[in-house]
Design a protein around this ligand. Structure first.
Ligand code: ATP
Length: 209
């Protein structure tokens, strides 16, 4: 089995996330993509998510229902004591859950890859999975590499270089931060939102100031 792990805040999930998950599944022949909202992202600790984990998971379920290969996952649910969720721990857990037969692919956007050198133990992360980096307008794939090259000697990078793959499609200019700003102003019918997610946000009155 070839399984993708697509973690994120998903606050809220949008059409850009759906397009990335589907494009990764198409291009890398993934049998399944787990879309996993994170309890607390280590690099976004000061401004935690706006919507609760349960609401974000429910919105991800509505998103995943658009493609049989996609599945919402609570593997990155909040930890006790407000501890951040480290991707290295999540990938270790997934390996244990899915078994040695499964090949794991972690999916991130190019903006996340730009910060990858700041993630907890980046070289070990590259050893744990194949990485699919999706294009995002205004983000250069090379800036992520540049930061890794500045932090690690080539002798350490060389063995893991081949584990990073770039996905140039779908390249959609959609951001959850911008969406939340719109929603706070009362604009709920954005073309960036899936209709089911927009309806859920309206019903649950999420993202209101
Ligand atoms: P924000 O704008 O608040 O940073 P976001 O839209 O990036 O939010 P996240 O939930 O943080 O949403 O994203 C989860 C993952 O999806 C991250 O790896 C992010 O880089 C990636 N991603 C999000 N939106 C896009 C997009 N439009 N194109 C490519 N990747 C994306």
């Amino acid at each position: 089995m070839r399984v993708g792990f697509f973690g994120g805040t998903f606050d809220p999930p949008h059409k850009g996330h759906l397009a990335v998950a589907r494009a990764a599944a198409d291009r890398f022949a993934l049998d399944k993509v787990l879309m996993a909202p994170v309890g607390l992202q280590p690099l976004k600790q000061e401004h935690g998510p706006s919507a609760s984990f349960e609401d974000r998971l429910q919105m991800v379920r509505l998103t995943a229902a658009h493609d049989v290969r996609l599945e919402a996952s609570d593997v990155d649910a909040p930890l006790t004591g407000q501890k951040p969720n480290y991707t290295l721990d999540t990938l270790t857990l997934l390996h244990a859950m899915l078994g040695a037969e499964t090949q794991l692919f972690a999916i991130i956007g190019a903006d996340s890859f730009r910060q990858f050198a700041r993630w907890h133990k980046p070289l070990q992360l590259l050893e744990k999975a194949e990485w699919i980096v999706a294009a995002r307008p205004g983000e250069e794939f090379s800036s992520g590499w540049g930061a890794l090259e500045a932090d690690f000697p080539e002798a350490e990078l060389a063995p893991v270089r081949h584990r990073i793959h770039f996905l140039t499609e779908p390249d959609q200019d959609i951001s959850a931060t911008q969406l939340r700003h719109e929603l706070q102003r009362g604009v709920v019918s954005s073309e960036w939102l899936l209709p089911e997610v927009a309806a859920y946000i309206r019903e649950q009155q999420l993202y209101r100031v």
